[in-house]
Every structure is written in C-alpha cells, then in structure tokens.
Write a protein that binds this ligand. Structure first.
Ligand code: DQA
Length: 143
C-alpha cells in the first residue's frame, strides 16, 4: 500500500467561508473526502494534516521521508514566503507534488513566485478541488 502525506497549509481550514470568489465554496472536508475516494480506489493510505504553523509543517515534512512514499502539499501562503518549508522538502528528498486551488500566476504579484515549485516534482494549480485530485493521481502514478 502506497503511503502518502497530505499537508494543507495556513487558512485552508477556513475553505468554504474564506474568499469564495477566489477559492470557491468547496470545504476542506470535501477535498479530503475526494482524496480519500481516490486513495481507496488506488490502494493508497493517506495521512492528512492541516496546520497554520510553519514550524509544525517543517516538523511533519522532516519526519515524513521514512514513513511516506510521497507528499501532496498545498503550502498556501507559505508557498511565497517559506524558505523553511522549501528546505524541509529538499532536505528530506521526499517526492512532492504542490497544489493550489487558484492560479497563483494570475493573481497579485506577491503570489506569482513559489519557493516550493523548484523542489517539487510538479505542480497543479488553478482547478480548485481538481488540483488536489489531479495532483494525487499524478503522485500515485510516480510511486
Ligand atoms: C493558495 C494560494 C496562496 O497564494 C494562498 O495564500 C492560499 C491558497 C491556493 O490554494 O490557491 O492560502 O495556496
């Protein structure tokens, strides 16, 4: 069974209420349910975490390599600011797919840079819930 760590970054716990014009009405619960459905079909086991704390995300990634075959992550705002999350991914060497609900390259200038993409295998963005499901399928295909 393929073991995957899913990390949702800061403020994603508020999906559904948070800026629906940008992120849609989908909730984190619905995203997780869609991911679990794929995991079941593909014989994968997901561990799903959401954190608003950079250090906690760094800790999770640091411990992930020995336990998980891959990481699916929406680093949220840390995408654009966190050298620490980037270093955790590159340091662990874990196979990583980055996802975003919105197309960060069509938004404010400060969002148009991802510190994570250079250390990820690939990224899926702009498709809402589908960014996650496509990202998970791609990650499972690679393992
Ligand atoms: C996001 C995009 C980020 O810029 C933002 O800070 C988020 C969500 C997305 O999924 O579109 O919190 O990662």
């Amino acid at each position: 069974m393929k073991k995957i760590l899913v990390i949702h970054g800061p403020n994603l716990d508020l999906l559904g209420q948070r800026e629906p014009a940008v992120y849609g009405k989908v909730t984190l619960k619905q995203i997780n349910a869609a991911l679990k459905k794929i995991a079941k079909k593909r014989n994968a086991a997901l561990t799903i975490k959401q954190s608003n704390h950079e250090g906690e995300i760094v800790d999770l990634i640091g411990k992930a390599k020995s336990k998980f075959a891959g990481l699916l992550i929406n680093p949220a705002a840390y995408t654009h600011t966190s050298v620490a999350v980037r270093d955790a991914i590159s340091g662990s060497g874990i196979l990583t797919v980055e996802v975003h609900l919105s197309n960060i390259y069509s938004r404010e200038e400060f969002r148009q840079k991802s510190l994570i993409s250079p250390v990820a295998k690939g990224a899926v963005l702009g498709f809402g819930l589908k960014s996650y499901t496509l990202g998970l399928e791609a990650l499972l295909d690679l393992i």
